[in-house]
Design a protein around this ligand. Structure first.
Ligand SMILES: [Zn+2]
Length: 392
């Protein structure tokens, strides 16, 4: 069980001129200033400087000022299911139980727990999100909070319902397809088209489960039977002898405005496809560990030139929605990855995936005057990143 770091405070400035000083300032994972200050004017960063400010400012202390965290993939509407679902009976049982329990809980409870989860995100410095909602209940909760990012309305099956996308300065509304094995190609293409025409990211879970890979490769198996039993005609889907990644690629859905989430079952060719198409990638390792007992090959992604973002998935498959916890998990399970790279996954890589890198992800000129202070004491830059992403 991981705990939220207690030593995080969030600062936000809306108007006037302010100077914020600290022992360390992380401008971005490659630019770290020891003993410096951030200059703010009218709610935006004007510059970051070395040394002590000559004017009166706010001295945060010897710790670090850093960009807020970005949770690129989560499902706030499933927050009420925390601790209710079995992880040890397989993915299908987990999904079946999830749908049943969600139904019995009722919308009021789902909304109440989603609101609570939002409060915890803000308290722990996770100020930007890519939220996935099939019920469409989280949009007003996010709009009513201090969170920013993208609300993705998720669809599956053959669609049929109307959908829309809208780009805004702080909270945009886009669409997501659930997964290649749960949604018709016609629906996925229409969703992608809707997001793209509004210059917004489109999100989709890809290559998460063995059932998904088996169905798309062999055109048979338990998933094929499941769809057929439900009266879903998948005979026109162009599957067979493909991986989930190659199937989605053949559909033309991979480009820099698509976020492919999970990518547990991928081969070298798949990695190449994702890297060459500059598709954004988001991994949720703690959720994968709980639901599938395996982890994405993040090292191989990085070697292929991919810059993965981090998500937590939902509280139905993960202990917390806090990216500090996810970074801590990555550090422990992938000791070969540079801590500064893990930090990038939880900040700028997520901002790029959600298309909000002009707003946040780094602390440089023009970004929103919003940052975290963590009271860590570090000896050098490497030590600094290690301490930030560690929960101990
Ligand atoms: Zn998800």
């Amino acid at each position: 069980m991981t705990t939220n770091p207690q030593n995080v405070s969030c600062s936000e400035s809306h108007s006037g001129r302010e100077l914020h000083r600290a022992g360390w300032i992380i401008v971005d994972p490659s630019i770290v200033i020891e003993n410096g200050y951030i200059e703010i004017e009218n709610g935006f960063i004007r510059g970051v400087h070395k040394g002590a400010p000559k004017e009166k400012g706010i001295d945060h202390g010897p710790g670090v000022l850093m960009p807020p965290l970005v949770n690129t993939h989560l499902h706030l509407e499933l927050s009420a299911l925390k601790g209710c679902l079995p992880f040890d009976k397989g993915f299908k049982v987990w999904i079946k139980t999830l749908l049943e329990k969600r139904e019995t809980l009722g919308q009021e409870k789902l909304i109440k727990e989603a609101r609570k989860a939002v409060r915890n995100l803000i308290k722990s410095g996770n100020l930007y999100v890519g939220d996935i909602s099939t019920l469409g209940i989280t949009k007003p909760i996010i709009e009513d909070s201090a969170l920013s990012g993208v609300c993705f309305h998720e669809f599956l099956g053959s669609g049929g319902q109307p959908f829309f996308a809208q780009k805004n300065d702080f909270i945009s509304f886009s669409v997501a397809g659930h997964a290649p094995h749960t949604s018709s190609p016609k629906l996925l293409k229409a969703l992608k088209q809707c997001a793209e025409s509004n210059d917004l990211p489109f999100s989709i879970h890809v290559a998460e489960s063995d059932d998904e890979s088996e169905f798309i490769h062999d055109k048979k198996g338990q998933w094929a039977d499941f769809l057929t039993d439900r009266g879903i005609d998948w005979s026109s889907w162009d599957i067979g002898s493909k991986t989930p990644v190659s199937y989605i690629n053949d559909m033309g859905l991979f480009d820099p405005l698509t976020i492919a989430v999970h990518l547990l079952n991928v081969n070298n060719k798949d990695m190449e496809i994702l890297a060459q198409s500059k598709t954004k990638v988001c991994v949720c390792p703690r959720s994968n560990q709980n639901l599938h007992g395996k982890l994405p090959d993040i090292e191989k992604m990085i070697t292929a030139g991919i810059k993965p973002a981090l998500g937590t998935d939902s509280l139905a498959s993960c202990d917390s929605l806090n990216i500090f916890d996810e970074m801590d998990f990555v550090q422990k399970h992938y000791p070969g990855i540079d801590p500064a790279v893990i930090f990038a996954m939880g900040t700028i890589n997520g901002a790029r995936a959600l298309g909000i890198e002009g707003l946040t992800g780094i602390l440089s000129k023009g970004r929103k005057a919003q940052f975290l202070y963590r009271s860590v004491e570090a000896m050098n830059k490497k030590d600094l990143f290690q301490r930030i992403i560690s929960n101990e």
